[in-house]
Design a protein around this ligand. Structure first.
Ligand code: ACO
Length: 336
């Protein structure tokens, strides 16, 4: 702490950017051997938004961030840390997408870095923001989840291409001395022994870019869908039960349960096991598909823009993704 007074981290605002172009299930029927019926029954997805060719992860992140910063009542120059959660960065090695976002926002002399935790990235980012703020090192942290997942999807692989969409969400996490506004708790975990459940095999030190790598399609996302599904349901449910119990918070005390939007069947299975009502459970998977690290902030932005999410409402975030990684968080919304 910078002085003897306790400082907490609070979510001051939320913003999102959703690309205009829509790919419907009917579009996929023309591209691969699939059907609207199969996709809706197995995933709940009806459409997903896709960025333009010249619209990059940082561009979507900047649009979401501008909204979040404005809603927080701040100037871009008030931001002292930029964290971008993404597995589809503008460039795979360097510079980080967070650096590019900072430059596009005109923020100078700011600490900026990316977090690679796939779909769990935004909640991982929240946990880092919380630690930086509570330690007194930063005051206003911009946490972004942004993905151009269409850049790593093989549109001839029906088992993955129907699942993913593009988009960005951003939140401003600011210091407060009001405990009622404080992020209550965050759990973030990983188990790399399941790394091959969900991966892009190239480019990287294992498979540096080469003609062979491209010919084999190793630059595309590969997923063991069914194995991932089972583990997701188990882990998400267990993690949420633990964080609620640890903080002595009952399911009825949660205003909005915001799960990662990968598959409606996962959301329903976890929600049912936790006894969350349909009114508590936020669902956007039908219209955005799986937008990985952007999924949770985009879902929070949806309930904010619909006028449902109000100052003081308690949210429970719950996510799961490649790594494997998973994370959950309990926090009040402290935005106006
Ligand atoms: N259209 C029609 N048939 C299909 C399609 C499709 N788009 N995709 C697969 N199939 C077929 C398969 O080939 C298989 O056929 P077979 O029985 O003849 O072999 C059959 O459907 C069943 O395949 P499964 O993979 O067992 O189907 P499942 O019910 O598991 O659904 C899905 C697949 C939707 C991918 C599901 O497993 C899932 O959602 N998994 C979890 C995804 C997830 O949560 N990922 C984590 C986060 S993502 C991240 O971190 C970036």
């Amino acid at each position: 702490m910078t002085d003897n007074k306790l400082q907490y981290a609070s979510m001051r605002s939320i913003g999102a950017y959703i690309p205009e172009k829509i790919l419907t299930n009917a579009d996929f029927e023309k591209m691969v051997d699939t059907s609207d019926e199969w996709i809706v029954k197995r995933t709940g997805i009806k459409e997903r938004h896709i960025a333009k060719d010249n619209e990059y992860t940082s561009d979507m992140a900047v649009k979401a961030s501008e909204i979040a910063i404005q809603r927080a009542g701040l100037e871009n120059s008030d931001i002292d840390l930029v964290i971008c959660a993404t597995v589809t960065p503008d460039y795979f090695n360097m510079p980080s997408t967070a650096c590019i976002i900072s430059a596009k926002l005109g923020i100078k002399n700011v600490q900026a870095f990316d977090v690679s935790a796939a779909c769990s990235g935004f909640v991982y980012g929240l946990s880092i923001a919380k630690a930086f703020i509570e330690s007194g090192m930063k005051k206003n942290v911009l946490v972004i989840g942004a993905e151009k997942f269409s850049s790593i999807v093989d549109y001839s692989d029906r088992s993955t291409c129907i699942l993913f969409g593009d988009g960005a969400g951003a939140a401003v996490i600011s210091v407060t001395d009001d405990k009622n506004e404080a992020i209550i708790d965050i759990h973030a975990s990983a188990d790399g022994s399941y790394a091959d459940f969900l991966m892009t095999p190239a480019p990287g030190s294992v498979n540096p870019a080469s003609c062979e790598v491209i010919e084999q399609g190793l630059q595309y996302v590969k997923m063991k869908g069914n194995e991932t599904f089972k583990l997701a349901v188990k882990t998400l449910t267990k993690d949420v039960k633990e964080i609620l119990k640890k903080n002595k918070i009952a399911v009825e005390d949660i205003d909005f349960f915001v799960p990662h939007q990968a598959n409606y069947r996962i959301i329903k299975a976890v929600g049912d096991s936790l006894k969350m009502s349909p009114e508590q459970t936020v669902k956007t998977v039908h219209k955005y598909g799986n937008t990985s690290a952007a999924s949770i902030p985009m879902a929070i932005n949806d309930i904010y823009e619909e006028g449902k999410l109000k100052y003081g409402d308690t949210m429970l975030l719950d996510t799961f993704g490649g790594g494997l990684t998973w994370a959950s968080a309990i926090l009040p919304f402290a935005g106006k």
